[in-house]
Design a protein around this ligand. Structure first.
Ligand SMILES: [Fe+2]
Ligand SMILES: [Fe+2]
Length: 193
């Protein structure tokens, strides 16, 4: 049976989980004082993940179009890939183990949303594993050049594009659920720690 809530099939969270974002739409998030320090921190982390994933995915085109020394390119690429992979895993682990249970208890009507996001994390974990493998092979091929590099770059590009697509969907949906909840319940200086 098709599952509309599968990461790569959905266009957003189900309508019945969006009652808080209808009350706290994105336009208002930028107002001074609208978000707690935690909300701002959360969005900053997400934006960093977005930026890195897009940069890495786009680096294949830059490599094709610009004249890079393989060593210079590897020195730019490898630490960014490592950072994205390890920090994203860490971020998801903290969400699953710590924050999601607190949020579910705070608003049981959103429980299904957190189950969807938790399942996303497992799918994104698989994408990260594929990105790590393809990225490693791509870095190794930089020195070889020629067809080996072309194939490795293409293989990495496929994985990176898929990661960007899954990650963008996940981050946006997660923000739609969590940021309004933080604004509704934790704007008075309370912390969730
Ligand atoms: Fe997440
Ligand atoms: Fe997150």
């Amino acid at each position: 049976m098709a599952d509309d809530n599968f990461l790569f099939d959905r266009k957003g969270l189900p309508e019945d989980l969006l009652f808080l974002i209808q009350q706290y739409p994105r336009d208002g998030w930028r107002e001074p004082g609208a978000l707690s320090a935690m909300g701002r921190f959360w969005l900053k982390r997400h934006n960093l993940f977005r930026e890195l994933a897009v940069q890495l995915s786009g680096s294949i085109d830059r490599l094709r179009e610009e004249d890079f020394e393989p060593r210079d390119f590897a020195a730019w690429f490898a630490p960014r890939l490592d950072y994205l992979l390890s920090d994203l895993e860490g971020h998801h682990h903290v969400e699953d183990a710590h924050y999601f249970p607190i949020f579910m208890a705070a608003e049981p009507r959103l429980r299904r949303g957190f189950d969807i996001l938790d399942r996303d994390h497992h799918q994104i974990h698989d994408l990260l594993v594929h990105n790590a493998d393809a990225g490693r092979q791509f870095v190794q091929a930089l020195e070889k050049g020629g067809d080996a590099l072309r194939f490795a770059a293409e293989a990495y590009g496929v994985q990176a594009t898929r990661l960007v697509a899954g990650l963008m969907r996940h981050l946006e949906d997660e923000e739609d659920l969590i940021v309004p909840l933080l604004m509704d319940r934790y704007s008075g200086g309370e912390t969730l720690m």
